[in-house]
Ligand binder design. Sequence first.
Ligand code: ZN
Length: 412
Amino acid sequence: MISKEHIIKRFISYVTVDTESDPNSNETPSTKKQWDLANKLAEELKSIGLQEVTIDENAYIMATLPSNVDHEVPTIGFISHFDTSPDFTGANVKPQIVENYNGKDIVLNAEENIVLSPDYFEDLNLYVGQTLITTDGTTLLGADDKAGICEIVSAMEYLVNHPKIKHGKIRVGFTPDEEIGRGAHKFDVKKFGADWAYTMDGSQIGELEYENFNAASAVVKIKGKIVHPGYAKGKLINSMYIATEFINSLPRMETPEHTEGYQGFFHLHDMKGEVEETTLEYIIRDHDLGHFQARKEVMIKLTKELNSQYGWEVITTEIKDQYFNMLEKIEPVMHIVDIAEEAMIESGIKPIIKAIRGGTDGAQLSYMGLPCPNIFAGGHNFHGRYEYVPVESIIKATEVICKIAELTAKKE
Ligand SMILES: [Zn+2]
């Protein structure tokens, strides 16, 4: 339905613009260079015929494809982010195109002996015979999430050019700074004005996600007392030993390295200690809200127990909620997931529905009043030099967007 060359050209025009975000900046967008692509996208949305194209002072872009039916149809939205991860450089991306992939090793960079191999990345076997876009081994690719942007723009262009496909009002939203956890922060849900939306920000073709972790952070501070070690008997209190008591009192098997699927965990990710003071930093994760609350309780109870055991307030624990499982907001409107699933099946794709072991911008948007499941964008091995995307997956995602628009207009 959509020409491969057209898709490749569009995708490459996005990934060759450096839009790496920066967690150490307090500005929005966090890097000035994100404007380069943002301005270009706003122009492109106008040129393909979208209306109400706006770009605000924080570089959030919104646009409208008006309804082409007489009856009332819910307004739906499609959302992607244009920044790339600060985990790996996104400057001077030089995309390589591998046509008719033969299932063997792909040499990304002969000089530095960087090879993308199906022996290590088995997913490559799914795409034998397809056209892959890879890096040259020295940068990330930025398919996360410029594939998503390419799909949304291409779908809107297709719908503009094929008015026989009937759809309601569709809103498009492109955000900065998703990779540093701020993509939804300044998203104006009211202005967007959609009944629901989809982020096009998943990985493998078929992915459909509407469950994620409930998340909190915990900072545990343990106080000690320093005394000259030669005269310390009965006086010195070593905060590092108390910290190990705390650590060892939490279940050792409920950690990221021992859990999967719907299993939650405590993750000790930072620890700094001296005799006088030790600080432990944890994140707490669980899909189930009850279990999530219970995990927080466990930490508070342990803090109280150790404090009463030592007879003074040696430990203070500060727990902060970070984000919540979108399931709670999606369950009452499950038809929005059903439509996406149906759209995939009608496009010949097998839906892969699984719970995210992390968060998404959609989770935050769901709690801001815009229910927002996540759909595949097609790429693999995000945030590094082995990132790649099959062009066929981008085309399929574009089809799914058009199908969702069409099905939504039919349902109501
Ligand atoms: Zn992403």
